[in-house]
Design a protein around this ligand. Structure first.
Ligand SMILES: [Mg+2]
Length: 258
């Protein structure tokens, strides 16, 4: 094993809270690029993120799913609301597949229009777009502290790399490595990194991803931390295995001692 030390971070829900941006960019994508006959978009919708969207966000793995969710929430007939959201999340994956099929969409096409919507806003008014993200300053400081100690940092996100890079730059953090959805699954990325780095930890707010890391023989030695401040499902906190530690923002200092 190499002596190069690295600490890994998920992006959304770990380094930043981007709820405003997810809603806005997905809604704009629906308005400008989706061409769905089932929705009509009132400009008032841009002002406030509905609770149903916030509550479904912990189930999201890839950005394209957010466009699909927004579409269901703003549908004219039979929209997704707080009252029927449990039916939706109880069969989350199957529902997403069904809605893709019913509308003849592909995940790739939805991801493309989400990226297009982000690019449109960046070209128009970068500052307003980037300000929709609220950083967790404890994490930002932790990343800076690691750098001071000569420990590298890596960000692994299911966002497009270019967007994560722009936001990180704005926060004045420059991780040595940034991987977006273009680089493949998080588990494969982690597997590859183990060949060249000693991975000191991985902070992520999607529990399933950490479970996969722990169950893969190449990556099971990586210390895994579930971000308590991220987009967690209620059940995530109570059903944790010993191998995955629940991490609070206030306990980051303990990790610096590594
Ligand atoms: Mg996340």
């Amino acid at each position: 094993m190499s002596s190069q030390k690295i600490f890994l971070f998920d992006f959304d829900g770990v380094i930043v809270d981007g709820m405003q941006e997810y809603w806005r960019s997905s809604l704009l994508a629906c308005e400008k690029y989706l061409n769905s006959p089932y929705i009509s978009i009132d400009q008032k919708l841009f002002k406030r993120v509905p609770n149903s969207f916030k509550e479904i966000r912990p189930w999201v793995k890839y950005g394209w799913e957010m466009i699909l969710i927004v579409h269901e929430i703003i549908k004219i007939e039979n929209p997704l609301k707080n009252e029927n959201k449990d039916d939706f999340i109880n069969n989350y994956y199957q529902n997403c597949q069904r809605i893709l099929n019913e509308n003849s969409w592909t995940a790739e096409d939805l991801q493309k229009i989400l990226d297009k919507s982000r690019k449109y806003q960046i070209d128009k008014d970068f500052k307003s777009w980037v300000n929709l993200y609220n950083p967790f300053f404890e994490i930002v400081n932790f990343m800076k502290e690691l750098r001071k100690r000569g420990i590298k940092t890596g960000v692994i996100t299911t966002k497009g790399k270019i967007f994560a890079e722009k936001i990180l730059k704005q926060l004045n953090i420059f991780p040595e490595l940034i991987f977006g959805y273009e680089s493949g699954t998080k588990i494969k990325i982690a597997e590859k990194l183990t060949q060249n780095y000693e991975i000191l930890g991985f902070i992520e707010d999607r529990k399933k991803t950490l479970i996969d890391i722990k169950q893969n023989s190449e990556t099971s030695h990586i210390p895994c931390f579930l971000a308590d401040w991220g987009y967690l499902k209620e059940s995530d906190r109570c059903t944790l295995s010993n191998e995955i530690k629940l991490l609070k923002l206030g306990n980051l200092e303990e990790l610096v001692a590594i």
